[in-house]
Design a protein around this ligand. Structure first.
Ligand code: PMP
Length: 438
């Protein structure tokens, strides 16, 4: 496959844009480097690059594009918003419509506030939790990603009861000391951390279903236990649902039928983003009324945004949720994902390549290993070189995946059986080539 234009554009981009990309996960650093593909146009489940090559896409722009690209209903909503003026700096009726739609789907939200990204949503939940509890520390779980604000780019210290260490240059150690990172799916670490730091812990924050070291379900009882430990300690529970809201069903991970005891796992605050912006920038956070009423202009916790709740993002979001309300859309994505994961596993087995697949409805992760992946350590302990090789073989056969062994594949409402057949054919060729290279 000729990608010479992408290579040229990459060289040019490097002169002007740091690393040639506007978000590090778009680079190919995690799969051995080189020029990423410069896409020119997208429609449905397909991309065309600057050289005219066509790809079947499973990246879905890291999650938001659940209806496929340029869905006519969403395009019409964006066009109308553009014609009406894209930004007012005043409230609009549209914001109430989307707020009601999100609240109806996720009942733990008494009140919401729209922001522009998942990072902002998470950042704001932490501010509000600190304002409400008068405490400063946060406990989070290893491998969960919560955006790029200072407090959540902190790695674990040497054990569950040690304070965090900065996970990026530019983060003061004093800030990292406000965070404790404990293992996912393991209540002992959380218990230990709360025993040591409990009086200072404003909130325990988690991806209730993990989307950032593969797709990983909480073990039965984990979320219930986590909520109980946090609440007994007077700490709030924050769910980061940026990648899981509206992903598995029309609602959040917290209302997904695969998780029981919805009342016992209800969070105090939820950070959201991605899907309900219909592909335009969006985030939101919300939760219990008395907690959200801490936010300005009602309360003392300040949070603001020039672009927040802009009519274009909100209109696209409403249209996207309307598409997702259609009968059987989640069932169809799941049906295709079952076909795809079944075929991938068969193909990998046929060529003796260890592969663990974690699938939750229409989303799944592929881990090159022969053990289960239930926490971050197990996700790290997988064959990154095998993934990188698979990624490149698939790309060369017209299949676009995320360039990281930790990221998921996402089905959209635009994928068809024909796409699955073509993907399985590419995978069979890729696994065969990988076996021959060994
Ligand atoms: N939280 C989670 C769970 C995410 O997956 C992401 C993005 N991948 C974020 C927060 C940050 O969102 P954004 O990139 O919109 O700032």
């Amino acid at each position: 496959m000729n990608r010479s234009t992408s290579e040229q554009l990459y060289q040019e981009a490097l002169q002007h844009i740091v690393g040639g990309v506007n978000s590090p996960s778009r680079s190919f650093k995690a799969v051995g480097g080189g020029a990423p593909v410069f896409m020119k146009r997208a429609s449905g489940a397909h991309f065309w690059d600057e050289d005219g090559n066509r790809y079947i896409d499973y990246l879905a722009a890291f999650g938001p594009v659940i209806t496929g690209f340029a869905h006519p209903h969403i395009t019409a909503a964006i066009t109308k918003a553009a014609e009406n003026g894209v930004l007012y700096g005043t409230p609009t009726a549209l914001e109430i419509t989307l707020a009601k739609m999100v609240k109806e789907a996720i009942p733990s939200l008494d009140k919401v506030r729209f922001v522009n990204s998942g990072t902002e949503a998470v950042m704001s939940t932490i501010r509000v939790a600190r304002a409400f509890t008068g405490r400063s520390k946060i406990i989070k779980f290893a491998g969960c990603y919560h955006g790029h604000s200072d407090l959540v780019l902190v790695a674990a210290g040497s054990g569950p009861s040690t304070l965090g260490i900065p996970d990026s240059a530019g983060i003061p150690v004093s800030i990292a000391h406000e965070v404790i990172t404990v293992p996912f799916n393991n209540l002992d670490g959380l218990r230990e951390a709360l025993n040591k730091w409990g009086d200072d812990v404003a909130a325990v924050m988690v991806e209730p279903i993990v989307g950032n070291f593969g797709m990983v379900m909480p073990k039965p009882g984990f979320l219930e236990g986590m909520c109980k430990l946090a609440h007994d300690n007077g700490s709030l529970v924050i769910y980061d649902e940026v990648i899981t809201n509206f992903r598995f069903h029309y609602g959040g991970a917290q209302t997904y039928a695969g998780l029981d005891n919805h009342e016992q796992i209800a969070p105090d605050l939820t950070a959201m983003g991605k899907i309900f912006g219909g592909g335009l920038p969006i985030g939101a956070y919300g939760g219990r009324k008395e907690i959200m009423d801490q936010v300005a202009p009602l309360g003392p916790a300040y949070q603001a945004g020039t672009m927040a709740g802009n009519p274009a993002s909100i209109s696209a979001g409403i249209a996207c949720l309307e598409v997702l309300q259609g009968a059987g859309v989640y069932e169809e994505m799941e049906r295709l994902a079952i076909r795809l994961t079944g075929g991938l596993k068969e193909s990998a087995d046929r060529h003796g390549i260890p592969l663990t697949i974690n699938r939750i409805r229409g989303a799944f992760s592929t881990h090159f290993c022969d053990h289960p992946v239930t926490d971050y350590e197990e996700a790290q302990d997988t064959d990154g070189e095998a993934f990188a090789s698979f990624f490149r073989h698939m790309l060369n056969r017209g299949i676009n995946l995320a360039a990281s062994k930790y990221e998921a594949w996402f089905l959209t409402t635009a994928h068809t059986d024909e796409d699955i057949d073509a993907t399985l054919e590419a995978a069979e060729d890729s696994f065969r080539a990988m076996k021959e290279e060994r």
